[in-house]
Design a protein around this ligand. Structure first.
Ligand SMILES: [Zn+2]
Length: 315
């Protein structure tokens, strides 16, 4: 969902969300990725909001309709993705696309084409698509993607609305603490929450406790973090921290450098010795899956019980 990027891409999120709500979307976008690791997912969630028939129902967010599911599976007939064929994007690829897009949409009304590596459009292939970009059919949206807009031909650039994504490559200071690193990664440095440090510590304690006590953790939730992690937002944040922690545990297990949790080396080593690589990956997946479930669950206590049981291999 586009809303998942509210904090990661605040400016771009606002621009695109406004365009969708006011039905003022451009007919051609050029996305500059700037190394943002979730670029493609982000762009796909924007396309979903463009195409979904239910987008106005749920605060302009779909709650996974059939159409969104098909888009997610990559088999949606009204989306075409063009990748460079060899060194360049070829004229023939674009001609084929235009022929196909002259037909009416089978599902819904809009069609979207994505040109990956738009910097690989050379003069001749670019020429063949200029007209298509210039005389937009209301029902066709072009999404061009590049790592560097300055490598995209000016004739193309000038016909698109340029959307620069915010980079998420973070530079950590050499002697920074775990707390500083986590806050930097999750953009919590300017958090107004005076308990933020203690919350992060409680979350790390929770994982250490769980790795020790396993299923018994269910009995001790109150003691471990219930005083600090109360709202759904806090729980989501907690899960993000846990996922980062397990990623560092995986780093250690694979003899890579511990990236964020440098002060927690002892605990990380303990946990690494008890888990295989597969087990760690499995836990990361379970936490990611449950993080998605938080918003739809009224009873977070039950959800946490279920989480621990799932982690322990139950249903
Ligand atoms: Zn939908």
């Amino acid at each position: 969902m586009l809303d998942d990027y509210k904090s990661k891409q605040p400016i771009v999120y606002k621009i695109l969300k406004n365009a969708i709500i006011n039905d003022k979307c451009s007919h051609a976008y050029l996305f500059e990725t700037n190394g943002f690791t979730e670029s493609f997912d982000f762009i796909m969630s924007f396309i979903k909001s463009l195409l979904c028939p239910n987008k106005y129902l749920n605060n302009n967010n779909c709650n996974n309709c059939h159409q969104c599911e098909v888009i997610k599976s990559g088999n949606f007939p009204e989306i075409k993705i063009i990748n460079p064929d060899g060194l360049w994007i070829k004229k023939e690829q674009l001609q084929e696309l235009q022929n196909e897009f002259n037909k009416k949409a089978i599902i819904g009304t809009k069609k979207v084409y994505i040109i990956n590596h738009a910097d690989k459009l050379n003069k001749s292939s670019a020429n063949s698509i200029l007209k298509f970009l210039e005389e937009p059919d209301n029902n066709i949206v072009a999404i061009l993607i590049t790592d560097n807009i300055y490598e995209v031909l000016e004739t193309i650039r000038s016909r698109c609305q340029i959307i620069g994504l915010k980079s998420d490559i973070i530079k950590y200071e050499e002697n920074s603490t775990s707390l500083e690193n986590i806050k930097k990664t999750l953009c919590l440095e300017k958090s107004q929450d005076e308990n933020i440090d203690i919350k992060i510590t409680k979350v790390i304690d929770f994982v250490n406790f769980y790795e020790e006590k396993k299923l018994d953790t269910i009995l001790y939730f109150n003691k471990i973090w219930n005083d600090y992690i109360k709202t759904k937002e806090e729980l989501q944040e907690a899960f993000e921290i846990i996922i980062l922690y397990y990623k560092d545990i995986l780093n250690k297990k694979m003899s890579r450098e511990i990236k964020l949790f440098k002060d927690n080396k002892e605990n990380i080593e303990k946990i690494t010795s008890k888990n295989t690589v597969e087990e760690i990956c499995n836990k990361i997946n379970i936490f990611m899956e449950f993080k998605q479930k938080i918003k739809y669950n009224a009873n977070t206590n039950l959800l946490m019980d279920k989480l621990i049981i799932t982690l322990e291999g139950g249903i």
